[in-house]
Design a binder for this molecule. Structure first.
Ligand SMILES: O=C(CO)[C@H](O)[C@H](O)COP(=O)(O)O
Ligand SMILES: [Fe+2]
Length: 222
């Protein structure tokens, strides 16, 4: 699968979201971190802002829900028109039902695991998801250091997905930048969220191109 880059608007200027979206015309997705101050110790934005962003950009929106009770809230993001909606496995009470509901409402369904959560218990859910998100930092904040301890799990997840011949994307999120993207790509990730590495750069579109070529080359080597 071609490498995809999903810049996280967590590191963008929230007062100028339409401009910040326009600054990355080469992004495959816009990654939107929804945090509720309960599931993670940070509060960001919710459905009204996602609805406004959807009107302001043609780039598909990738909603990463770091919230309690995603079973209740996730369908509304799919209904609003997000192209992808990801829920955290440990926050969902009924992950199968919620993933099915996201798909029924026309979005891609993603399941996210924190750094300390193993992937193996979710192997049988592969057919229910379009994307598996492996967090490479503890969720909650941008600008954290990439956790190399997740690399073996990325390799194991890649093996599980390949063995089931599933066309499930493998996303990594947290601390992804020029120093780390090659390791993650070699391990088998194919969708890369990058917040500070893109929006902290002088030229965000150029930063995406550099990351894309690094990841493409590294995944070819793997
Ligand atoms: O989900 C997230 C944090 O919980 C963000 O998507 C992620 O941290 C992106 O920021 P950076 O690339 O700066 O690490
Ligand atoms: Fe995220």
């Amino acid at each position: 699968m071609a490498i995809q880059i999903s810049p996280s608007i967590l590191s963008a200027d929230f007062a100028r979201l339409a401009d910040e979206a326009a600054a990355v015309p080469n992004a495959d997705w816009l990654h939107v971190d929804v945090m509720d101050g309960h599931f993670v110790p940070n509060l960001t934005l919710g459905l009204p802002i996602v609805e406004s962003l959807l009107k302001a950009t043609d780039t598909p929106v990738d909603c990463h829900l770091m919230i309690e009770d995603p079973d209740r809230w996730a369908p509304a993001y799919a209904e609003a028109g997000a192209g992808s909606v990801t829920v955290h496995a440990k926050a969902a009470n009924a992950p199968v039902r919620t993933l099915r509901e996201i798909r029924r409402l026309g979005a891609r369904a993603g399941l996210a695991l924190n750094p300390a959560e193993p992937v193996e218990p979710y192997a049988d859910l592969v057919g229910e998801m379009d994307m598996l998100l492996l967090m490479t930092v503890e969720p909650g904040f941008g600008g954290q250091r990439f956790l190399d301890l997740v690399l073996p799990k990325i390799r194991r997840a890649r093996a599980i997905l390949d063995s089931r011949e599933a066309s499930v994307w493998l996303q990594v999120d947290g601390g992804v930048g020029t120093e780390t993207i090659e390791r993650a790509a070699e391990a088998g990730a194919d969708v890369f969220v990058a917040g500070s590495a893109v929006y902290g750069a002088q030229d965000p579109a150029k930063a995406i191109e550099v990351l894309r070529s690094q990841a493409t080359e590294a995944s070819g080597r793997a």
